[in-house]
Write a protein that binds this ligand. Structure first.
Ligand SMILES: [Zn+2]
Ligand SMILES: [Zn+2]
Length: 325
C-alpha cells in the first residue's frame, strides 16, 4: 500500500508569497557560497540537505490523500491538492473517459472540498466518480459546490457520472483488496476518520480532529482507529500552547498524537493540517517542540517502572510526501 499526500495544509490554501520565495532563494544561495562550494554540481547536494523551512517549505495545498495498491486506488478528501492529483490521473484510464474513481470524504468544511471543481477527471464523459461519506447529505453538498453563482457548471453538466454512497459508522466496506472502516473524530461538525487495511498493513487517517477523547475508555467504539496501525496521519494544526488556547476549534497538537501513538504502539505517525497562519519557520519550530516532547516522554517512561511507552517513528508532512507500507 502506498499513501501519497497531495495537500497537507489546513483550512485555506496558503502559497508562499513571491517576496518570501525570493528572500528564501537569496538566503540559500548566500549559504551555498559561504559554505565554500562553487561548482554547479554541488548545488543539488547542498540544496537537498537544507531543511524544509529554508527552501521548499511544507506545502500550501489543502487536504487530499491518495491510497494505492496494485489493484485499487482510493482518494481521501477533495482539498486543493486534488487538482494536482487529477492531472496525474489523466495519464491513466481517467484521461480516456474509462476511469472509475473512489473518493472518501471525512467532512465538508471548505478546505476538504475546494479541489473538487478543479479535479479534471470529473469533467470527462465516460468516467465514473463514486463518492462516499458517513454523513447522509453528500448529494446536497455536491449540488451546492457545483452551482451558480459559485461555479459556472451545475451537477448535471459535469461529464463524469457521480454515484453517492452513504457509509455505516464503524462498519468495514471492501474495495477489492482494501478494507475501509470509518470511525468518528472530534471536530465541531461531524467528521469521520478512516482505518484502511490491505495486505496485512494498516493506515489510519485522523484529520481533522481535536481528539478531545484520548483515553481508551473515552475513545470507546472509536479506539480501533488507533490500534494495530502501521501509519497514522494525525492533525497537528496547532502548537501545544495554541491547542490549549483554541479549545473547540477542532484541531490538535502533535503531542496529543504522539501520546496516543506511544501508548498504542502505532509504528509511524505523520502530522499535517498545517495552520495557514503559520509560516514554514513556525511549522519547523512546532516540529522541534514535538521532538523535545517526544524525548521527554520517552525519558520519563524509561525512569518510571510499569509505564512502558512504545518508540514511534514520526515526522511532519511535506506536500508530495509518499509513504510505502
Ligand atoms: Zn480541515
Ligand atoms: Zn474541518
Amino acid at each position: 500500500m502506498r499513501v501519497k499526500v497531495w495537500g497537507a495544509r489546513g483550512s485555506l490554501p496558503s502559497p508562499l508569497t513571491p517576496e518570501a520565495l525570493e528572500n528564501r532563494i537569496q538566503t540559500a544561495i548566500q549559504g551555498f557560497l559561504a559554505s565554500g562550494y562553487s561548482k554547479p554540481e554541488d548545488i543539488k547536494n547542498y540544496f537537498s540537505n537544507l531543511p524544509n523551512e529554508k527552501l521548499g517549505g511544507f506545502g500550501g495545498n489543502t487536504p487530499c490523500i491518495e491510497v494505492t495498491t496494485p489493484e485499487q486506488q482510493l482518494i481521501i478528501d477533495g482539498g486543493s491538492g486534488m487538482r494536482l492529483l487529477g492531472y496525474d490521473m489523466l495519464k491513466g484510464p481517467c484521461g480516456q473517459g474509462k476511469g472509475e474513481v473512489h473518493v472518501l470524504f471525512t467532512h465538508f468544511h471548505w478546505d476538504h472540498l475546494i479541489g473538487l471543481p478543479f479535479f479534471t477527471p470529473i469533467f470527462i464523459p465516460g468516467n465514473k466518480v463514486h463518492v462516499y461519506s458517513v454523513q447522509p447529505e453528500l448529494k446536497e453538498i455536491f449540488k451546492t459546490v457545483f452551482k451558480k453563482p459559485y461555479f459556472p457548471l451545475n451537477l448535471e453538466q459535469l461529464g463524469a457520472k457521480i454515484e453517492y454512497h452513504t457509509l455505516e459508522p464503524r462498519k468495514p466496506i471492501a474495495f477489492k483488496n482494501i478494507s475501509v472502516t470509518p470511525y468518528q473524530l472530534d471536530h465541531p461538525d461531524p467528521c469521520w476518520g478512516y482505518k484502511i487495511e490491505s495486505g496485512g498493513k494498516s493506515y489510519s487517517h485522523c484529520v481533522d480532529t481535536e481528539c478531545t477523547r484520548v483515553s481508551r475508555d473515552q475513545l470507546g467504539p472509536d479506539l480501533p482507529l488507533y490500534q494495530n496501525i502501521d501509519l497514522m496521519i494525525f492533525d497537528a494544526q496547532y502548537t501545544l500552547m495554541e491547542s490549549i488556547e483554541k479549545v473547540h476549534w477542532g484541531h490538535a497538537a502533535a503531542s496529543l498524537g504522539l501520546d496516543i501513538a506511544m501508548r498504542e504502539g502505532v509504528k509511524k505517525i505523520l502530522f499535517m493540517h498545517h495552520d495557514p497562519a503559520a509560516n514554514d519557520e513556525k511549522i519547523a519550530a512546532a516540529k522541534n517542540q514535538a521532538r523535545l516532547y517526544y524525548k521527554a516522554q520517552q525519558k520519563t517512561a524509561k525512569r518510571t517502572p510499569g509505564q512502558p511507552l512504545h518508540e514511534v517513528e514520526w515526522d511532519y508532512i511535506v506536500e508530495g510526501m509518499s509513504i510505502e507500507l
